[in-house]
Design a protein. Sequence first.
Lengths: 216, 297
Amino acid sequence: MEPLTSPQGIIIWIGALVTLALYSILYKENPVYRVAEHAFLGLAAGYGLYAAWAFVLYPKWYQPIRNDGVWLWAMALVPGVMYYTIYSKRLNWMSRMVMVTMMGFEAGLIFRTWAGTYMRQISDSFRPLFQPGFRPPFLYWDNLIFVVALVSVMTYFFFSFEQKSRAVQRTAGLGRWLMMIAFGAMFGSTVMARLSLFIGRLWYLFAEWLHLIPKG
Amino acid sequence: MAREAPQPATRSGWEAVLDRIDRRVIYLGLLLFTLVPLRFPLPLPVYVTPPAASLHAAIEALPTEKVVFVASNWDADTYAENEPQTIALFRHLLRRRLKFVLFSVTAATAPQFGQNALDEALQNEFPAGPGPDGYPAYGVHYLNAGYKVRAKPWIRSLVQDPGAALNADWKAQPIRSFPLFQGLTSMPAAASMLIDITASDTTEDFIPLVGAEGVPISLACTAVSAPEQYPFLATGQLKGLLTGMRGAAEYETLLGYKGRATRMMGGQSFAHLYIFLLIVLGNVAVIRRSLRRRRAS
C-alpha cells in the first residue's frame, strides 16, 4: 500500500478514497457518495472560475491593459456588461444587440467549418462501382455496399412524399436495418469506452494505491 | 398501475435465480472478471487494425525539420484511454527525433496531464537524459504551450501565425524566446502534422480550419467518439486513428513494447466476455419464457 509519508502518497490516498466513495453508489445511495459528488462539483466550479481568470482574462485582457497600456481592451467590458442587461425588462434590448452580433460572427465561421468538413464527404460519396476497363472481378464490392447503404438510408429520411411504392418502402426498410447495425456498433464502442474508464480506476486502486498489481 | 402478467407456474430453477438476482451481484461479477486478468495477465494477442497502422506509417514518413503540433485535449475523466495513447505517440515522436509542440484547447488541467505523459515517454526513451546531439531539449525540440481557450477565430490565427496565437508556454515564458519558434511562420509552412488526442469533438474545428489549409491531421480519441470519425478516415481528412484503450494497445504493439494499455486489454477482453454471457443468458431466459407463455395460452 502507498505510504502516507509524501505529498504524492497523500494525493494517491485522497484519489483512492474519493474513488471508493463514488463507487459506493453501486451498493446503494449514501451520504459518503453525496459528499464526494458535491465536493467534486464544487471543486470543478471553483477551478473553472480560477482558470477563466488565470488563463484567459489575466494574460489576454488585464496584462495588456496594465503592462502594455492597451487601454482599448477596456472597451471589451461594455459588450460584456451588456450581456447582463438580459435580467432587466427595460434594458434587455441591449443584450440582444450583443447576441445578434456574436451570432453573425459565428454564422460566418460555421459556414466555413461546415464546408471544410462536409464538402469533401459529399464529393467522396461519388464512387466508381466498376473496375476501370471492366476487368474481373468487375465490381468494387466495398463501393457497392457503400452506395447501397447511402441511398437506402437517405431514402429512409426522405419525407417529402408518402412512401407508398413497395420499392421505396423496402429501400427505406433496408436503410433502417443498416442504421440499426451502425447504432449497435456505436453502442458496442460505448460499452468498451465505459469499461476502459472502470479498468483505469481499478488500475489506480490496485496498482497505484494498494500495489497489488505490478505497475511494470 | 399496470398489472404484471401472470407468470406460468412451471419455471426452471436457473430462470428463477436469474429473476431474483441482485444487480450488486452482477457488479461484483464484473469486478472479478476485470480484476483477475489485470492481476494475473494472460498472453492475449493484440492485432493491429489499419487505422492505427496508417497513423504509425504517417508519423514514420514525417520530415524531421518540420514541427508536429500535438493537441492534448483530455482530462482526468478519460485518463485510462487517452493517457496510454499520449505516451505511445510521444514515444514514437521521440524515437523519430521529431520536433513537437504540445497545447490544449478543452481543459485547463489538460497541459499537466499531457506533460505527465511526455515525462513518462522521455523517461522511457531517454532514461539517461538528452543524447550527444542534445535531443530532446525543452524549447529547442519540444515545448508545452499550455491551455488556450477553444474558439474558431483562435484556431484560424493558430494556422496563420502559431507564435502569435500560442503567445506563451505553460510557464508563461514568451514563446518567441524559444529557438523552436524562431522562423516558425505559419502552420501550412512549418507544421508536418497535427495530432489531436482528444476526449471531445475538437476535430470538428481542426478538420475544416487546419486540415483544409493543407496540414495533415491524425486523431487519437475515446472509443465512444470513434465511430463518428471513420468517415473522415475514409476521405483522407484523417491520416490515422487510435480508438480508445484498444488503439493505445495497438500502437504499443507497433512500437514493440507492452505498456499499460496492452496489460489493461486483458481486463477489457474478459469484461466484454462477461457482458456477452449476461446478454446471452438474459435473452435465452426471455425467449424461453415467451415460448412457454405462448404454449400456455
